[in-house]
Design a protein around this ligand. Structure first.
Ligand SMILES: [Zn+2]
Ligand SMILES: [Zn+2]
Ligand SMILES: [Zn+2]
Length: 325
């Protein structure tokens, strides 16, 4: 993880509660902080669809080529595939008690998981525990169809963490308050790669639908302090292809300025103030007062056309979700 000097403080605002305020100039593209989740979990439907990820850090356990081949149901060769999210298979290990159901990218991840929560949840403890956990997961899947934005296993892991370490509850209380890097010099090659990626995504979309971008969800303490703006100055990204969250500055942020992220995805951001706030009120229980909303204060209360064919209840973008693409 990058070791950044801290350029912000956590302040308390009478209306917004906790907020992150820049204490030094933060430049465009700078990583403001990186953090590990308090707890995270792969989505259950992703696991059901054989997305192979480390059960502790969510690092993919399959190569980009295997991933694409599985999703398109075709044997596909990727150019530069050595540089696309490689995974070191010689290091992969299973839980000694659960076997292949609980796989990890390394012995270290297996050890961390066991020390933190898996000792309580390991199937080897009792048949009854294994049956109950399976029943719970099946029940969850039967009422939460993809795209999932959270998993019941987050809650189960939280309870297991508390059982294994009673001080974890204090961290939770804090919380509750709150591939490619390829540069081809050859324009023709670039174009070919772009076309290949486009075709692959079309094929994957057809077969895998909404499984494309997200592997799981997690609870992040620091990220949970960041307030929303419809015109944010930073964004959450997952640069390490695992559970480490990075916050990246989208513009220069001056000392004294609040650091913000957008709780809405790209397409929702462009909708009318009325539509955005309808969604924010229903899902986050506040009305946005950001500069963009203030500017559009006198706009008529129109609903964006896109709302007609979208489900207002669905989460447009889970801020705690992880991109493993
Ligand atoms: Zn791992
Ligand atoms: Zn186990
Ligand atoms: Zn706003």
């Amino acid at each position: 993880m990058a070791n950044n000097s801290v350029k912000f403080s956590i302040n308390h605002d009478a209306i917004k509660g906790r907020c992150l305020i820049a204490t030094e100039t933060i430049h465009t593209g700078e990583i403001i902080f990186e953090e590990l989740p308090l707890v995270c979990s792969q989505f259950l439907w992703n696991a059901e669809c054989k997305y192979d990820a480390c059960q502790f850090c969510l690092t993919p356990l399959e190569t980009a080529e295997e991933n694409v081949s599985r999703l398109t149901k075709e044997q596909i060769k990727l150019p530069y595939f050595e540089q696309c999210c490689q995974t070191n298979k010689s290091k992969h290990v299973d839980c000694l008690g659960c076997g292949q159901k609980e796989r990890y990218c390394s012995i270290e991840c297996r050890q961390h998981a066991f020390e933190i929560y898996h000792q309580t949840l390991c199937y080897s403890r009792s048949e009854e525990l294994a049956n109950n956990l399976n029943k719970l997961c099946d029940l969850w899947k039967s009422i939460h169809y993809p795209p999932e934005t959270a998993s019941i296993m987050l809650l189960v892991k939280i309870l297991a963490r508390i059982k294994q370490d009673s001080t974890f509850i204090q961290k939770l209380q804090q919380f509750s308050k709150n591939c490619e890097r390829l540069v081809a010099n050859n324009p023709d090659e670039c174009e070919q790669i772009n076309q290949l990626v486009e075709t692959l995504f079309e094929k994957m979309e057809k077969i895998s639908g909404c499984f494309l971008n997200t592997e799981g969800s997690g609870l992040y303490e620091l990220q949970s302090c960041i307030n929303h703006s419809c015109q944010p100055n930073s964004e959450v990204c997952f640069l390490h292809n695992n559970f480490i969250l990075s916050l990246k500055a989208l513009e220069t942020i001056n000392p004294g300025e609040e650091i913000t992220i957008c709780y809405l995805d790209e397409c929702w951001r462009d909708r009318s103030r009325h539509s955005r706030n309808k969604y924010i009120r229903e899902n986050y229980l506040f009305t946005c007062q950001c500069p963009k909303c203030q500017q559009q204060m006198n706009d008529p209360d129109v609903t964006s056309d896109e709302d007609d064919d979208s489900d207002l209840q669905s989460n447009p973008d889970d801020d705690e979700a992880m991109n493993c693409d």
